[in-house]
Design a protein around this ligand. Structure first.
Ligand SMILES: Cc1cc2nc3c(=O)[nH]c(=O)nc-3n(C[C@H](O)[C@H](O)[C@H](O)COP(=O)(O)OP(=O)(O)OC[C@H]3O[C@@H](n4cnc5c(N)ncnc54)[C@H](O)[C@@H]3O)c2cc1C
Length: 335
């Protein structure tokens, strides 16, 4: 066994990595603070936010309002934009100094990048893409729930000897906690020793891809192979309902719609008030992305489609006339 950088006997506290973009916390960081608050309360431990960046003091206050007891701010002009080296350097140094028991990160592109690098640097384990987090009864170890083998297996993974126990969680898995601006917490500025020469990579330009965020949609009209490439009625229905169009992986793979709308294990996890699922069979890899919808309405021509097992309302029919009728009804009701 590779010797741990530090072990359970000296570790304490729950940390959440506070990912931010231009001083604004990512939604998943807030979601992790919400779940982290519950986990910290169960353990009777403090919840600490780790916040590298530049001019991020407002974000530290937002983190406290969302559940952090303590925020470690590492502020430096060289931290204005994410870079693997700088973030790893700062996070690893603070972790080795203060020895948290657990570290949670969002499974965003940057969060995944940082988590993998940190796990190697700290010689510890990382449970990636968790769909649930809990403490194991008796041992108090972190259990990261993950889907494996193409969605056929739900596994609980723990890290018994090495610290910190690390896990990444995809956006949308946990609900956004309501902020409490009166919550008290402490903000600690930590020293940052970084020089441009020490960083091998330089960010020359950042291009932000325009796309939708289906994880926050209240209504989703999702289509799969059954729409046969025609998303027009789904788009119109989503517009009338004030929602967004989503899709199965097959529909994205076939190039019928953008990848930013893919729901599921390798897409986005959503929790809308209403998910209208059209021409999607209901493989677990898809349903994991809508299981927390308040209501699922499924339209499918196959009476044996697995999606009917997850749906609150099942419409066994050809999706096109059903959507046409729904659109006509909503248009009649629109002044
Ligand atoms: C590691 C891994 C990760 C994956 N990740 C994802 C993921 O994130 N998201 C995801 O979606 N999939 C994912 N998949 C793929 C997943 O297993 C399924 O293959 C996929 O979800 C099927 O897409 P579908 O339901 O659109 O197509 P199909 O399974 O082909 O189903 C099409 C459905 O449309 C119905 N239909 C056809 N015509 C009509 C009509 N006119 N009216 C009504 N119904 C009609 C059919 O009865 C059928 O049920 C993953 C697979 C693997 C192995």
């Amino acid at each position: 066994m590779i010797p741990p950088a530090y072990g359970p006997e000296v570790a304490s506290g729950l940390w959440v990595y506070l990912e931010q973009e231009a001083g604004r916390l990512e939604g998943v960081a807030l979601e992790l603070l919400g779940r982290g608050r519950e986990l910290a309360a169960q353990k009777g431990t403090a919840l600490t936010g780790l916040l590298p960046g530049h001019q991020v003091q407002d974000a530290a206050r937002v983190a406290i309002a969302h559940g952090a007891d303590h925020v470690l701010v590492a502020d430096h002009p060289l931290l204005a934009a994410y870079s693997t080296e700088a973030w790893t350097e700062i996070a690893a140094r603070l972790i080795l100094e203060r020895k948290p028991e657990t570290l949670l990160l969002g499974a965003t592109p940057n969060g995944r990048d940082l988590a993998g690098r940190l796990a190697v640097r700290l010689r510890t384990g990382l449970t990636a893409d968790c769909t649930g987090l809990a403490w194991e009864e008796g041992t108090g170890l972190l259990l990261g729930e993950v889907t494996g083998f193409g969605g056929g297996v739900m596994a609980s993974i723990k890290c018994a000897h090495h610290r910190p126990q690390m896990a990444t969680v995809r956006p949308g898995i946990f609900p956004l906690p309501p902020p409490d601006p009166r919550r008290a917490g402490t903000i600690e500025e930590v020293s940052v020793a970084l020089s441009p020469e020490a960083l091998k990579a330089e960010v020359l330009r950042r291009v932000r891809q325009e796309g939708v965020d289906i994880t926050r949609a209240r209504v989703i009209v999702a289509g799969g192979r059954g729409v046969k490439g025609d998303f027009t009625p789904l788009t119109e229905l989503a517009r009338l309902l004030g929602g967004e169009v989503g899709a199965s992986r097959v529909a994205c793979d076939l190039g019928w719609i953008g990848r930013d709308r893919q729901i599921g294990q390798t897409g986005f996890v959503t929790r809308p008030w209403l998910a209208l699922v059209c021409g999607i069979s209901g493989a677990t890899q898809f349903t994991v992305g809508i299981k927390d919808a308040e209501q699922i309405v499924a339209i499918n021509s196959d009476p044996d489609a697995p999606i009917f097992e997850d749906a609150d309302l099942c419409v066994m029919d050809d999706l096109f006339p059903v959507l046409e009728a729904l659109i006509a009804e909503l248009q009649r009701g629109t002044p």
